[in-house]
Design a protein around this ligand. Structure first.
Ligand SMILES: [Zn+2]
Length: 320
């Protein structure tokens, strides 16, 4: 699928743009530093305060202008323990955010020339940035809710068929943001629980005829159901009552599972859904989504800035 040509020019980040912006590892390191240390200021552990820092020649580190203690902008990020060049990391992030259907670890291996093991690790790390677990739909809104079922079939004769995995999703019609979650089942408590957790009271819900949605109508939600059988609509305003938006998202996800990842184990299904939701929720941004992924690198920092320097094989004294 060639989506790139349909992206408006101002939302395009071409490979030439990417190469100009990130010509080498240093440019990537500088970009991370800019995100993490505003105006070059960062907390110095020794001085116990914010200090201006400068680049240390020949090392991916910055030193306190006052005492010389070093920090690494990569500390606590997904790049911290990696020996892969930063530029290849950035390129993999660019690839994962530039296509609507995403790319696989295998494609990262092909495009970057790293081993499959390394490509797989990069892929997992980059994807870990893309979850939107704490997101709630803004509202009250008009929301389509639907469930879909993934996997579960086996072609091997005599093999015990695995149960299908249930996924529940909600999408706003206006604004069109999506939330998709792996669910234990499609029972009434599960589906009602999902709706109450992610959909604000006062919203109007559209679902199909699945009996588990029964009873959600009440003081908090208005509820319309689509009769798929025979295309008969429950109430008057015909065009309104459908779940085509969420069905469109499911088909995107299913195409991806079939075409890109071939199959997804239940273990990775949620992170796969997260990646798809992340891109879907930013589809107005064209492939400038890359910038959002880059921002996530500094937003999802796990450990203190000083950590990486201590793990560095070169001692601090060597640099002076
Ligand atoms: Zn200092």
């Amino acid at each position: 699928m060639n989506r790139r040509q349909t992206i408006p020019k101002h939302l395009r980040l071409t490979i030439n743009d990417f190469n100009r912006r990130f010509p080498d590892d240093d440019a990537c390191l500088e970009a991370i530093k800019e995100m993490r240390f505003a105006d070059g200021y960062a907390p110095c552990e020794k001085c116990q305060q914010q200090r201006k820092h400068h680049r240390v020649t020949g090392r991916p580190a910055y030193a306190c202008d006052y005492c010389g203690s070093m920090i690494s902008p990569m500390a606590g990020t997904i790049f911290e323990k990696s020996s892969t060049s930063l530029r290849l990391w950035f390129y993999a992030m660019y690839l994962m955010s530039s296509t609507r259907c995403g790319i696989s670890a295998k494609q990262i291996q092909r495009e970057t020339g790293v081993t499959y093991k390394t490509a797989w690790r990069m892929f997992r790390q980059i994807r870990s940035l893309l979850s939107e677990g704490d997101m709630q739909l803004e509202g009250p809104a008009t929301v389509e809710i639907d469930e879909m079922y993934v996997g579960g079939t086996t072609k091997r004769l005599g093999a015990i068929p695995k149960p299908k995995t249930t996924v529940v999703g909600a999408v706003e019609r206006k604004g069109g943001r999506v939330i998709a979650r792996v669910a234990p089942d499609a029972t009434k408590p599960t589906l009602h629980g999902f709706i109450k957790e992610y959909v604000l009271p006062g919203s109007v819900l559209f679902t199909d005829e699945h009996p588990s949605y029964e009873g959600i109508e009440g003081p908090h939600y208005r509820h319309y159901r689509v009769r798929h059988s025979g295309r008969v609509y429950v109430t008057g305003s015909r065009g309104q009552i459908h779940t085509q938006t969420i069905e469109g998202f499911w088909s995107l996800v299913k195409r991806g599972i079939g075409g890109v990842y071939h199959s997804v184990s239940t273990k990775y299904l949620q992170s796969y859904l997260d990646e798809y939701s992340f891109r879907y929720n930013r589809r107005e941004k064209g492939n400038l989504i890359f910038n959002d992924v880059l921002e996530r690198v500094s937003e999802r920092v796990g450990s203190p800035l000083a950590a990486a320097v201590h793990q560095n094989p070169v001692s601090q004294e060597d640099a002076f």
